[in-house]
Design a protein around this ligand. Structure first.
Ligand SMILES: *Cc1c(COP(=O)(O)O)cnc(C)c1O
Length: 388
């Protein structure tokens, strides 16, 4: 059987496993060695060269999931983002980035790029015009993040790749929110896929890792810098990530289904002003999401009236945890105004559409009846307070 014909679940379960030649165990052994022979070997292995047996094996799984030739895994999503961007951006180069961006990536760009002499522009929206008007003669990279955080806006991947290819620009996507289960950007001509594997790939809120998938040629360029920056991860974490990824498709599909149910329920709740979920027909880019995504993810956000007590609402939840991060099997909820966007002025938040009543909801695999009951209880607390 040609590996390319394998289905997602089969790739997750079988591809890139380390064979246990000695004992014939069913799962990959862990090679924790940080010292390998250099005489009479084809490859000189070392953890920071990203080529230990466990690293190499897991990269194959990730590459195949992203329909790419090769992959690399890193110690965090930000190690993957920063190494990949710096590998393709040199002094005097320019990068176009979207209006809204994961906080860590935004900070990396605005805090670090000046010292490398790299120019950058943020778009004012997500349309073709918004992107093309920012492209300059020295633009070398277009970086996108779709769906976006926290408002779940969708960028047209085919359009981005067309804009870039005409001009010899490299395209990168932070594909964390979608995961390879819901979106394979290579289908639309995007060059480099980046993940915070801390999220859906890990899926249990217990490991921090990053991943990149691309052509052999692009991975070689990234690797050349990666070995110097040193953002590799421990083989024990590699092994945990491999274990987690075996169930990724099952988890993500369950999360997609739950999120859609929760989005519909929230949409009809009298205290909810707005729900942002690409799977809802009233989402501004629903049609586009339908075209380029296979599922609408387990992420959504919703707005309760700004006059309501957000802290009381969050503290009244018993199952859904008000905590940072996302994509675990357990549901979590977060107020962007209090966390990721807390350092921005109220005005800057407003410009980005982040109200004080906005809540980002990472829907887990629990039974939706229990999640609904939990939210209902918290909403009741709010209405009780209002009457006092
Ligand atoms: C979490 C996250 C990152 C950063 O990943 P870390 O593993 O925390 O370094 C990057 N992009 C997105 C969209 C994320 O959600």
């Amino acid at each position: 059987m040609k590996p390319k014909s394998l289905g997602l679940n089969t790739i997750c379960t079988h591809v890139g496993e380390v064979e246990d030649k000695q004992f014939k165990g069913a799962i990959s052994p862990i090679y924790m060695s940080s010292s390998y022979a250099y005489e009479d070997v084809e490859v000189k292995r070392y953890p920071r060269y990203f080529n230990t047996p466990n690293q190499e094996a897991l990269c194959k799984k990730i590459a195949m999931l992203e329909k790419s030739e090769a992959g690399l895994i890193f110690g965090s999503g930000m190690a993957a983002v920063s190494t990949t961007m710096l590998a393709f951006l040199h002094k005097g180069d320019h990068v176009v980035l979207p209006q809204t961006l994961y906080g860590g990536t935004y900070n990396f760009v605005v805090e670090e790029f000046d010292k490398f002499g790299i120019e950058f522009s943020f778009t004012e929206g997500f349309s073709e015009d918004n992107f093309s008007e920012k492209i300059q003669d020295n633009t070398k990279v277009i970086f996108v993040e779709t769906p976006s955080n926290p408002l779940m806006r969708i960028t047209d991947l085919e359009m981005i790749s067309r804009l870039a290819k005409q001009r010899g620009i490299v395209t990168m996507i932070d594909n964390t929110f979608a995961s390879p289960v819901n979106q394979t950007p290579a289908d639309f001509g995007i060059d480099i896929m980046i993940h915070s594997a801390t999220k859906y790939m890990g899926g249990h809120s217990d490991i921090c890792a990053g991943a990149v998938a691309a052509s052999e040629e692009h991975i070689k360029i990234i690797w050349n810098l990666a070995k110097n920056l040193g953002g590799s991860l421990s083989d024990y974490t590699v092994w945990l990530l491999e274990r987690s990824m075996k169930t990724m498709v099952l988890r993500v599909k369950a999360q997609n289904k739950n999120a859609k149910k929760m989005a519909k329920w929230l949409e009809n709740h009298p205290l909810v002003e707005q729900v942002y979920y690409p799977g809802l027909k009233n989402h501004p880019e629903h049609k586009l999401a339908k075209k380029q995504m296979k599922g609408y993810t387990g992420m959504l956000s919703f707005e309760i009236n700004e006059s309501l007590d957000v802290s009381l609402f969050l503290n009244s939840l018993k199952l859904i945890k008000p905590s940072m991060s996302l994509a675990g099997v357990e549901s979590t909820i977060l107020s962007p105004a209090k966390t990721s966007h807390g350092l921005l002025s109220a005005e800057a938040r407003k410009e980005q559409g982040i109200s004080d009543g906005l809540l980002r909801f990472s829907v887990g695999i629990e039974e939706t009846e229990d999640l609904i009951a939990d939210l209902q209880g918290a909403f009741k607390k709010l209405t009780k307070m209002e009457k006092i």
